[in-house]
Design a protein around this ligand. Structure first.
Ligand code: NAD
Length: 480
């Protein structure tokens, strides 16, 4: 049995309470590790360590901070295989996905922000003969980073790296459901020589450790990725304390397939955008709207593709679909499949839990599931399911599909499939969505603003947006 520890003031330490929580492997249903059940006392120690580290860290030249972050990136690359296996064991995702997406991206996050901060410049405003205004960007101070279970190391480092690059010290909490790679990261930070207290990783539940981070008066900004309800609760606590907030929340993303698209490409990518990571990516397109004239050919090709998505042991190379992250989450997704039947949907594929044999007999596996015939305003088409369940709906006009696409409370990401350049721009601009992909999906450039509108969140991550979030602008005005 593995025993993870908190990373506080440069050391791996047990929780103050001495209590631990079980960490379950989703593919087997078995406990494989114990994680610290941290609380406010551990967070207080972490903040104390961060306070002690902050004066030196913020004064360190940006190049030197960058060098340390690049070193961490190199160590992640060196340990790619070990980290990918850990991520797969902890989350249930196919190890191939962790090896090609999650872990390389975590390495890129450190390399990108370690170097991006060196190109971060502030503004001057010159009024001839009157005044010169210039802006200084100071690190916010100590910041809290709280991340979810679906892309554990990838999203954890997406917050930590820009915060550190900007000169902040960090108290971070990974999801208690997938803490393994965050623990391995703490070992790599020690090896890289990150000064004690600059990054502190506190494990534990949202209600105990997470809430303590949000409430601590010494923490000046919260960067959170997770569910919309949790985001609302965090905002309720942090806003009256005037903390800076970045909230990356849920989604119910539309995928618009126009008749003039490259059908082969649209089908292949829509299979990925529907079922990658068992549909547990906030950017997955779960509502697929298809122009009526190509509805049948799209549907037939899509369903043929679904049959090739082998569900199996995440450790095996042939596996395309691993386990859902937990039994509770599997039950939630199954309840939406039941609801889809009740709401009059026609099941085209999947719909059942899968019981594998051998090592994975107790795992949380589900068939990739496709429905049609559901109204765009029904609950299944409005609420975030966050699993391998998609709906197909035919549309007749651009106006109609836009109104359906924009009809949910969310606005994170959308995809458009068309060869008509004018339409691509027109539809993209009319979508209520923080991110729009045209003829692609999950194509990421780390310089671009990342985040959603409506209940998908507040603020943007990525590139300069993240560096701005973790700094406070100060204007200095000099009379000329
Ligand atoms: P969650 O909201 O349950 O938990 C996220 C994190 O918040 C965890 O670390 C949890 O321990 C912590 N937390 C819970 N309650 C807290 C509290 N009161 N105070 C402080 N921290 C608290 O979300 P989840 O189930 O882990 O992740 C799935 C959700 O995340 C989905 O809704 C998905 O859409 C969303 N998500 C969004 C993005 C994005 O970029 N917009 C990316 C990935 C996932």
């Amino acid at each position: 049995m593995l025993h993870f520890q908190n990373y506080i003031n440069g050391h791996l330490v047990p929780p103050h309470s001495g209590k631990y929580l079980p960490d379950i492997e989703p593919a087997t249903g078995q406990v494989f590790a114990q994680i610290p059940a941290s609380d406010a006392a551990d967070v207080a120690l972490a903040v104390q360590a961060a306070e002690a580290a902050l004066p030196a860290w913020r004064m360190l030249p940006t190049e030197e901070r960058g060098r340390l972050l690049v070193r961490i990136s190199e160590l992640i690359e060196r340990d790619l295989e070990r980290l990918a296996e850990a991520e797969s064991q902890d989350n249930g995702k196919p190890v191939g996905l962790a090896r090609t997406v999650d872990i390389p991206r975590a390495a890129s996050n450190f390399a990108f922000f370690g170097t991006a901060a060196q190109h971060f410049a502030s503004e001057t405003h010159f009024q001839q003969g009157v005044a010169l205004n210039y802006t200084v960007r100071h690190p916010v101070g100590i910041v809290g980073c709280i991340s979810p279970w679906n892309l554990p190391l990838y999203l954890f480092t997406w917050k930590i790296a820009p915060a550190l690059a900007a000169g902040c010290c960090v108290v971070a909490k990974p999801s208690e459901i997938t803490p393994y790679t965050a623990f391995l990261l703490s070992e790599l930070c020690i090896e890289a020589g990150l000064p004690p207290g600059v990054l502190n990783i506190v494990h534990g539940t949202g209600l105990a450790a997470g809430q303590a981070i949000v409430e601590h008066p010494g923490i000046k900004a919260i960067s959170f990725t997770g569910g919309t309800k949790t985001g609302q609760h965090i905002a309720g606590t942090a806003a009256p304390m005037f903390k800076k907030l970045s909230l990356e929340l849920g989604g119910k993303n539309p995928n618009l397939v126009f008749a003039d698209c490259d059908l082969t490409e649209a089908v292949a990518t829509s299979l990925r955008s529907s079922f990658s990571n068992q549909g547990q990516i906030c950017l997955c397109g779960s509502r697929i709207f298809i122009e009526r004239s190509i509805y049948e050919p799209f549907k037939q090709a899509f369903l043929a593709g679904v049959t090739t998505l082998t569900v199996g042991d995440p450790q095996e190379a042939a596996t395309k679909q691993g386990a859902l992250v937990s039994e509770a989450h599997l039950e939630k997704v199954l309840s939406y499949i039941e609801l889809a039947h009740q709401e009059g949907g026609k099941l085209l594929a999947g719909g059942q839990r899968i019981y594998l044999s051998g090592r994975c007999a107790g795992g949380y596996f589900l068939q990739p599931t496709v429905f049609e015939g559901l109204a765009p305003d029904c609950r299944v088409n409005q609420e975030e399911i966050f699993g391998p369940v998609v709906t197909l709906t035919a549309f007749d006009t651009e106006e109609q599909v836009l109104s359906w696409a924009n009809s949910t409370e969310y606005g994170l990401a959308a995809t458009i499939w068309t060869r008509d350049l004018n339409r691509a721009h027109r539809v993209a601009h009319a979508l209520h969505s923080g991110i729009v992909w045209v003829n692609t999906w999950l194509h990421r450039d780390l310089r671009t603003p990342f985040g959603g509108v409506k209940n998908s969140g507040v603020g943007r991550e990525g590139g300069l947006e993240a560096l701005r979030f973790f700094t406070e602008p100060q204007n200095v005005c000099i009379k000329l």
